[in-house]
Write a new protein. Structure first.
Length: 194
């Protein structure tokens, strides 16, 4: 079974993903794939530099992530261009890795922040949305070192809570305690494996 795990920035997708991995799920992480596709010398990094400026590439050939984020999330057009460059490459790798995880684990989980926005719901059998109140999301992202204004801009570019909810087969409320979140994950795992 293929599970798509999604939610807005700071909702706690990684927390839920870790809980599912401990249960025995195979995890495919779109953010980790996104880091791999922009390694020094990669075609995706070259296209990003063409679109967002050569100075997003540091002297050692690596990506200046903050500078790219500042430019790519500045407005809707820029975000769309970022997604047009990165998402086909992410999807191609994800499809292969989901198939491999599905063969090796009882459940394959595709952790993808923009699952709904990028139309990748078709890659999975079940969509699980991790949700938390907006202010909790912002605080969590700021606690990870992101700028609050940048976090709010990114949230505006993501699907609305209503759009994610309408795509969800299951919702996990991750706005309270870890114990509550774990109980919800346990219940879903029991349902999926019974």
């Amino acid at each position: 079974m293929r599970v798509g795990l999604t939610g807005g920035i700071g909702s706690g997708k990684s927390t839920v993903s870790t809980m599912l991995a401990r249960k025995g799920a195979g995890i495919v992480d779109a953010d980790e794939i996104a880091r791999r596709i922009v390694e020094p010398g990669s075609p995706v990094l070259a296209r990003l530099a063409e679109e967002f400026g050569e100075d997003i590439v540091l002297a050692d050939g690596s990506l200046n992530r903050q500078l790219l984020a500042d430019r790519a999330f500045a407005d809707e057009r820029s975000t769309r261009h970022l997604n047009e460059i990165t998402h086909p490459a992410i999807r191609e790798i994800a499809e292969a890795e989901i198939s491999a995880a599905e063969a090796a684990y009882p459940i394959a989980v595709y952790e993808m922040p923009l699952l709904v926005e990028t139309g990748q719901v078709s890659l999975v059998d079940i969509v699980v949305v991790v949700d938390a109140p907006e202010e909790v999301q912002v605080q969590r992202a700021v606690d990870r070192g992101l700028n609050e204004a940048d976090v709010r801009r990114r949230m505006e570019q993501q699907a609305s809570r209503a759009d994610r909810s309408s795509a969800a087969d299951h919702m996990i409320d991750n706005g309270t305690t870890l114990e509550s979140t774990q109980a919800q994950v346990d219940a879903l795992w029991s349902e999926w494996t019974s």
